[in-house]
Design a protein around this ligand. Structure first.
Ligand code: ADP
Ligand code: MG
Length: 251
């Protein structure tokens, strides 16, 4: 637990002894991870180590087979009402943006609040415009995703997630598909979200971002959390050869 969090702080996400297999492939091995409300956790590790699988299990985009995942007090299990509740609390941003190509930026942002939350169109649009302002692309509201740069599309994806008023945001390598000159604009948006106290779990290899905002960095390898600690500790004093090797490759 990061020093900045008081011991009484609510647990936003609790992952206990989680195991997952794809067929015979054991991809998550006894993963334990508690994330406090307001905490920012960066997950890093080599390709194939299970990072995406882990965060996708949090909102049940993937199903875990053993162990427990509890999000804001709600158990992630086979109960549809639980899954609906969890998905309302958790926003997700993917590497590949996943915007609806046939809808405008504004429509991308208003669709779920109107359909899922029953927000009236005028209110949904006002809120969407506020979040587009927040990610600094208010003037793109009537364009289609294909008319925007990758960095702009990813900021729309962040705004779209925020329009559902999530308590927790999950990011899966949000800058990996971007041209280098667009990485900063997306990271800046994420930093500002972190500064506002959003609970965030970010899979990213952006060490600068991790150092700036992460309360905790978690290093995964072969489906396990191998090391975890402050960015200074994990990047500065790696304990295992696996982490040393990884840092040698990404730094
Ligand atoms: P990471 O995000 O760290 O690169 P993933 O969680 O995507 O890792 O993948 C973990 C392991 O699970 C990898 O070996 C990957 O090939 C495998 N895997 C991921 N998704 C699937 C799937 N849908 N079916 C079968 N194997 C998968
Ligand atoms: Mg991945």
């Amino acid at each position: 637990m990061a020093e900045t969090n008081s011991p009484t702080q609510a647990i936003a996400v609790s992952i206990q002894k989680v195991n997952k297999w794809y067929g015979n492939l054991h991809v998550l091995r006894d993963v334990d991870l508690d994330v406090a409300a307001g905490e920012r956790v960066v997950v890093c590790g080599p390709s194939g180590s299970g990072k995406s699988t882990l965060i996708r299990c949090i909102n049940n985009l993937e199903e875990h087979q053993q162990g427990t995942i509890v999000v804001d007090g709600i158990q992630v299990d086979h109960n549809i009402a639980h899954l609906d509740a969890v998905r309302r609390e958790v926003g997700m941003v993917f590497q590949s943006f996943n915007l609806f190509p046939h809808l405008t930026v504004l429509e991308n942002c208003t669709l779920a609040p109107m359909l899922v939350r029953g927000v009236a169109r005028a209110d949904a649009e006002a809120q969407a415009r506020a979040y587009l302002e927040r990610v600094r692309i208010p003037d793109q509201a009537n364009k289609f995703p294909g008319q925007l740069s990758g960095g702009q599309q990813q900021r729309v994806a962040i705004a779209r997630a925020l329009c559902m008023k999530p308590k927790i945001m999950l990011f899966d390598e949000p800058t990996s598909a971007l041209d280098p000159e667009m990485v900063k604009e997306v990271l800046d948006t994420m930093v500002s979200l972190a500064r506002d106290g959003m609970t965030m779990i970010c899979v990213t290899h952006e060490m600068g971002f991790a150092r700036e905002v992460a309360d905790r960095v978690v290093f995964m390898d072969h489906g396990q959390i191998v090391e975890s600690g402050s960015p200074q500790a994990v990047f500065g004093q790696p304990k295992t050869d696996r982490l040393k090797l990884f840092l040698g490759q990404v730094l």
